[in-house]
Write a protein that binds this ligand. Structure first.
Ligand code: E4P
Length: 218
């Protein structure tokens, strides 16, 4: 499963990309607005750091304008994947863009059938939002389970990206279900690395080594 960071914070991306296990980044208008500055410059800088898929979302809602914005975003860097919302105008745009070779991540997906429609239109990625479904007492991961199963039934190549992740259990379930990608806030990624027994175990190893009078291995 590929792991993406769901943030537009350049410093955080640089710090966590150093782990070597970050495969890409997803942004959205909210995240770019929080970061401030020139959004297109921020996106270009993110592309230089991760060298993987970087999702950048259009803000137009009508077909012609969506296409124009998508072309502008895609021209920023070869790593850009254009996010298009799951609407009728969005589906029309996905069809045109995919035929031009522009990779599309269809965003704001909340049902497996929305995901199937986006895939039929030619999306490279579909993004069901699990946390926002959980927030309204629906089972977000159920949408992932059903989408992965439907795509398997028909050998659909479109990748399933688990979005709106809130905690490490969402990541575990995403991997168990065979999702292609999980995108997560930096806080959740950092939670994945940690276990108290790792910290306790390391402390004990180092203490025992030093107690025996040993120093650094050179
Ligand atoms: C995905 O690409 C979205 O940017 C994101 O996961 C939305 O998450 P939220 O529900 O925490 O805003």
């Amino acid at each position: 499963m590929r792991i993406f960071l769901d943030t537009a914070n350049v410093d955080e991306i640089r710090r966590l990309a150093a782990t070597g296990v970050i495969d890409g980044v997803t942004t959205n208008p909210t995240l770019l607005a929080q970061q401030g500055g020139d959004p297109l410059a921020v996106l270009k800088e993110i592309c230089t750091i991760v060298q993987g898929d970087v999702s950048a979302e259009v803000v137009a809602t009508q077909h012609e304008e969506m296409i124009a914005e998508a072309r502008r975003l895609a021209a920023l860097d070869p790593h850009i994947v254009v996010k298009i919302p799951m609407t009728a105008e969005g589906l029309r745009s996905i069809r045109v863009l995919s035929r031009e070779g522009i990779r599309v991540n269809t965003t704001l997906i909340f049902t497996p059938i929305q995901a199937l429609l986006a895939a039929k239109a030619g999306a490279y990625i579909v993004s069901p939002f699990v946390g926002r479904l959980d927030d309204i007492a629906h089972r977000g991961m159920q949408v992932i389970r059903q989408t992965v199963a439907i795509f398997r039934n028909y050998q659909v190549k479109t990748q399933v990206l688990v979005a709106s992740i809130r905690h490490p259990l969402h990541v575990l379930e995403a991997a168990r279900l065979g999702a292609d990608i999980a995108t997560m806030p930096t806080k959740v990624f950092e939670q994945l690395l940690k276990h108290p027994l790792t910290d306790i175990g390391l402390e004990r190893f180092l203490k025992d080594w030093q107690s025996a009078g040993y120093g650094r291995i050179l």
